[in-house]
Every structure is written in C-alpha cells, then in structure tokens.
Design a protein around this ligand. Structure first.
Ligand code: ATP
Ligand code: ATP
Ligand code: MG
Ligand code: MG
Lengths: 219, 219
C-alpha cells in the first residue's frame, strides 16, 4: 500500500547540503505493522513525513495505494491525508488555542463538515485515559504524556487505513505505554497498516517487521 | 540543598480545581542523584518547575540552599536560576530564531554579558554529538533527538550546581542515551546535584535514590 522508489530529501543549507534521505526504496504491504529504528538524526521523521504526504521528495517517487502522490491535485492530496492517514507526531503538534476535546474533534469536523454528536470523540479520549474534565484543558494545561495521548486519539478519530506513529510512547510510563501499544496492535489486527518510529526495543516487539535506517539510508 | 515543605500547586479551572501537587514535602542533599518516577499526569513536571524556581507554590515553601525562594527579590531569583540551576525541559524549549550554537551560548551571554570566545560552547555541543555544521541549524532544522541534545548542552553551559532533567533521553536511541546518562553521572561525581524525571527503569538506575509520585503526592 506504500512504496518509496529511490527517494531523496536534500536540505540545501549554507553550511552544506544535508542528505536527510539518501536514496530510500521500500515497500509496505496493507495490514503490516512495521517498526522503523535507527540513531538520532538518521532520517526517521523525515521518512515519516514522506510516507504521510506531508512533504515532497527532492528526487524519487512516493506511492500511496498505487498513486504517485506527486501527481495528485491539492484537493485529492488533502482528502487522502484527511481520510486515509492518521499521524501521531514526535512533538504532538496539538493546536494551542483548542481544548483537547476540540483537537480530537477537528479532523472529524474537517471530514464531515459538522460537529460530533455521536460521542465518538469522548469515547476515544476515554480509551487513552483522558476523561471529560481533562479533555476541557488546553494543551498547555496538560502534562507531556497527556498531550501525547490526545495526539493518539486525534490520529484515530477518522478511522484511517494507515497509522503513522513517531515515537508514540516516548513520554509515557510503562503501564500507559502498554495500553497505547495494545490499542495500536488491536487496530492493526482490524486490518489497518501501522508504521511506527521507536527507539525502544520492547515497543518494536509489537511490529511484525523492523526497518533499520542510518545516515538517510536503509541499512 | 533543596527542601520542599508541604508544597501545593492548585490550578483553578472552570471544570474544577486541579491539585497538581497535593502537599509535597521532600529534602534533597547536595551531590545526590535523584530519579523521580510516576504515572503520566502525576505531577513530575510540576514538581520540577517548583524545584527549578520557574513557578511559585499555591501553598507551602520551597528552599534552595536554605533560602525561601518566595522571599527573594526578582534580581536574586534571576541570578539563582541563571547561575545555579541548569534545566533540560521535557519539550526542550529551544529558542526558534536562534541557531543551536546561539541557543547554547545564550545563558553564557546572560551571565558574562559578552560573547563566548573560549570555545566552550562548541566543546559542549561536540560532547553531545552536535558538530559545528549541525550547530548552525535552527531547532526546526534538527531532528527530535538533536534538539534534545542541544537542550542538554544549554543546561550545562554555566556549570550549574543543580541539574534538573525532565526525561533527558526520551527521544534518543539507546547508544546516545547511554552517552548522555554517562555525562550526567560524571557531572554528579564532580559534586553536582542531579534531579531527573524518567519513565525508564534503566535510566533510573543511574540515580542513588528514586522518589515515586502519584496524584500529586509522594508515594
Ligand atoms: N496549567 C495547567 N492548568 C491545569 N491543569 C494543569 C496545568 N498544568 C498541568 N496540569 C495538570 O496537572 C497534572 C500534573 O501535570 P504534570 O505535567 O506535572 O504531570 P507529569 O507527571 O509531568 O506527567 P507526564 O509524565 O505525562 O509528563 C496533570 O493532571 C495536568 O493535567
Ligand atoms: N529543515 C531542515 N534543514 C536541514 N536539515 C534538516 C532539516 N530537518 C531535518 N534535518 C536534518 O536531517 C537529518 C534527519 O532528521 P530526522 O528528523 O529525520 O531524524 P530522526 O531519525 O527522526 O532523528 P531523532 O531520532 O533524533 O528524532 C538530521 O541530521 C537533521 O539535522
Ligand atoms: Mg525524529
Ligand atoms: Mg511531565
């Protein structure tokens, strides 16, 4: 369902070109659970941004469900990102002026163009341990791990076919980590493709395959 | 060197008062290496903000080196924070418009009121694996783990007596984590007090004592 063909990402800085991705080719089948591991600065988040269609390659092709995303119209690209891909960012990227509840509701509103009246938003927040009182806080009024869990809930609200998780349990204690990983494993069993960056070997155990990356290349 | 006497931190929200710290008393001796552990949302970062003089208690007293910090003038409080305490934040809090190098240099400039010509800044960056090319990047041009390492270097530049680290290796691979932890252990052996929040049992092993916190209270 995801294919990268000789993808390069080069940042042209004054101090010299940075080859964040240096010719990456890989294929991920529908329904896989893939862990991406590698040293700090090796290109994992850059790779996730390519897979998640949040960035364009300097060279090479990214295909999602067979389509070269470089050829899609803005409208189709937006629809693909909104409906098919759920993204849990390394730094969460929650919207500061919205409450936790509104942050999770937002992708739902974008998709259906009306507010949530199904109870789905709070049900998802409950499943990551954020009760309705906590859901009324803004991100700056939440702990690091609470923000991370809101980011998880937000990624799931449109029931995406592909889940991209950049260190989804980095700020969580072991008990809460296990709950989140069980949730991701469950979503994978339902047929969703899960791609997860992690530094933690125990977390990588949930995956059926591990990809190692080093200096912008697949090892 | 650090004493908290029945410290409370209450956030009065519309949905109800949040008792982030619910009567915390603890003493940390000079030269200790203390790990603070507990579930997500239990009050660890709030506690660190109290110890680091970045926040005031709703009730209770915080003493640093015997002084009640609630009685210090703004000038003395600023000097204490600048000269005695190094802080590695959970979300790094680097200054976006400055390069990595400038971010690390900043506390030095604040203290000495002139730019660094000793080579100290780059030496520190090298010790956390950030070479001079990478040091010219802005935070948004660095990976998560690179930003974390810049935050470590910044906390150390004024050689503080007290080091507060909120999940200092959360975004790092195991090899880089070990390097950072060895560095902190070394600084502790030199006589510095290190207080570290961590979710990782292996990281807590570096400490000589662990404090467990739950629902804003020491367990
Ligand atoms: N500004 C605020 N207003 C209201 N509540 C807050 C505010 N800041 C923090 N809280 C609440 O205080 C509690 C403690 O937060 P804190 O950030 O100290 O937790 P933590 O132990 O560091 O958690 P984590 O491991 O997830 O980082 C949380 O329940 C949080 O929602
Ligand atoms: N906007 C940018 N401009 C220049 N270089 C960049 C930019 N963004 C990232 N880089 C560089 O690209 C490389 C890969 O970054 P990336 O964020 O993908 O690493 P990572 O594997 O996710 O690391 P970590 O484990 O620390 O999160 C790094 O060396 C980084 O400094
Ligand atoms: Mg990353
Ligand atoms: Mg915290």
């Amino acid at each position: 369902v995801i294919a990268l063909e000789d993808v390069r990402k080069i940042y042209p800085l004054l101090s010299g070109d940075v080859h964040a991705l240096d010719g990456v080719s890989l294929t991920i089948e529908k329904g896989e659970f893939v862990a991406i591991m590698g040293p700090s600065g090796s290109g994992k988040s850059t790779l996730m941004n390519q897979i998640g269609c949040l960035d364009v390659p300097t060279e090479g092709t990214v295909r999602i469900e067979g389509q070269d995303i470089g050829t899609l119209s803005d409208h189709d690209l937006t629809a693909l990102r909104r409906d098919s891909i759920g993204y849990i960012f390394q730094k969460f990227n929650l919207i500061p002026l919205l409450t936790a509840y509104e942050n999770v509701e937002y992708p739902l509103v974008l998709r259906h163009r009306k507010y949530d009246d199904s109870g789905r938003v709070q049900a998802l927040l409950d499943s990551v341990g954020i009760d309705s009182a906590l859901a009324a806080h803004r991100p700056s009024e939440l702990s690091g791990g609470q923000q991370q869990r809101v980011a998880v809930a937000r990624a799931l609200v449109n029931e995406p076919a592909i889940l991209l998780c950049d260190e989804p349990t980095g700020n969580l204690d072991s008990k809460t980590s296990r709950q989140i990983m069980e949730m991701l494993a469950d979503l994978n069993r339902q047929g969703r493709t899960v791609i997860m960056v992690t530094h933690d070997a125990a977390t990588a155990e949930y995956a059926n395959r591990t990809i190692q990356i080093q200096d912008g290349r697949i090892a």
